[in-house]
Design a protein around this ligand. Structure first.
Ligand code: CU
Ligand code: CU
Length: 287
């Protein structure tokens, strides 16, 4: 039986508690830090050599879909009632809205060093010490909305702009692709400053702190953000009935050959292809 991923604003008190408890338990077991490590390891950008799987590439969506499934499996080994909720930032738009409450993820960071001091993931609680990071910081940081240099969350209109594109992705299959649902949703735009951050990327920037960069998994909101992004892929499929691209690897001599994953190619680090991840309706659905 497929399980359901819910809008985080609809979770009951008990559901919130069980979700947080399961996260803290896999953190205690050391499993959580493996997810952080994997994300850091697969954070390859356009400018680097080699295969790009997780970001700036067509497989941005299936890679994070599989990544979420793995996390969800780990959580459900602890408590089989838990699923990864999604945060709909087109509706819950304030720094004090869900999920930034004391019984879920806690709030923004303090002014001096952006350290999160409220909720279950506050450093002083002792249950959320960052062990895999790009800096030496051991505490979770956030800067919700960046009050000193304000940035707005993307809107429903921004999502529509991505969802309306009938093509999954286009050459050059990277962060400079002007058309295609994938890059419009991942959110690498042209221009300078915060106007160049769209949809998914803009949400990472809005949260700030740990959520900026390869170690973003250290903030558990990562999963709620990617659950909502994953839901958009499902919506897009329903709207257009279209498929993942590229269907085949780029031709010999194409600069993207060996740098992107085609529909039937394996998606490292897993033994799964984008094609196999297009329909997950037997595993979970969204409420
Ligand atoms: Cu990522
Ligand atoms: Cu992300």
């Amino acid at each position: 039986m497929a399980y359901t991923r819910k809008d985080v604003s609809t979770l009951t008190r008990g559901e919130r508690r069980r979700f947080v408890k399961a996260l803290l338990e896999i953190k205690r077991r050391g499993e959580y830090d493996e997810f952080v490590r994997t994300h850091i390891e697969f954070y390859t950008s356009d400018g680097e050599k080699g295969l790009r799987t997780a970001h700036m590439a067509p497989s941005f969506l299936p890679w994070h879909r599989q990544f979420l499934l793995e996390l969800e499996r780990a959580l459900r080994r602890v408590d089989s009632s838990v699923t990864v909720p999604y945060w709909d930032w087109t509706k819950n738009r304030r720094a004090t809205s869900v999920p930034w409450t004391d019984d879920l993820l806690g709030g923004t960071g303090r002014r001096s060093d952006r350290r999160v001091t409220t909720g279950p993931f506050a450093y002083a609680e002792g249950n959320w010490i960052l062990r895999e990071n790009l800096t030496d910081e051991e505490f979770l940081t956030r800067d919700l909305g960046r009050p000193r240099d304000p940035i707005e969350l993307p809107t429903g209109g921004d999502l529509e702009w991505a969802l309306n594109d009938p093509v999954y992705d286009t050459s050059p299959w990277d962060s400079t692709s002007r058309k295609g649902f994938r890059n419009k949703l991942e959110g690498w735009g042209s221009g300078r400053g915060s106007s160049s951050w769209r949809n998914h990327n803009r949400v990472h920037r809005w949260v700030g702190g740990a959520m900026v960069g390869g170690a973003s998994v250290n903030d558990p909101v990562f999963w709620m953000v990617h659950s909502f992004i994953d839901l958009q892929w499902t919506r897009w499929q329903r709207r257009h009935g279209a498929r993942y691209l590229p269907a085949r690897p780029p031709a010999p001599g194409h600069p993207q050959r060996g740098r992107v994953v085609a529909r039937h190619q394996k998606l490292p680090p897993w033994d799964v292809t984008p094609d196999q991840l297009e329909d997950v309706s037997r595993i979970y659905r969204y409420a």
